[in-house]
Design a protein. Sequence first.
Length: 80
Amino acid sequence: MDDYPHRLKLTISGKTHTAMLTFLKKHGLDTNDLAHFIDDAITWRIMDREMTARRAAQALEDIAGEEPAENAESAEALTG
C-alpha cells in the first residue's frame, strides 16, 4: 500500500466545518492535525463497515444451518 500522501479536495458545510474546528481545538489539536484526523476517521469508518458486513454474513451462515422453522424465526429477528 502507498504510504506517501495524497491530496483530496473536500467540500463540507459551514456547520460541519465549525464543528470540526471546535472538536480539534477542544482536544488540543490544530488545523495542521486535520489530515491525520480525517485519515483516522476514514480508517475507522471502513473498519466499522467491514465488521458490520462480516457480522451480517456470519449471522446468515448461522441461520442457513438451522432447521427451516428456526431459519424463518431467525431471519425475522434480524430484519425486525
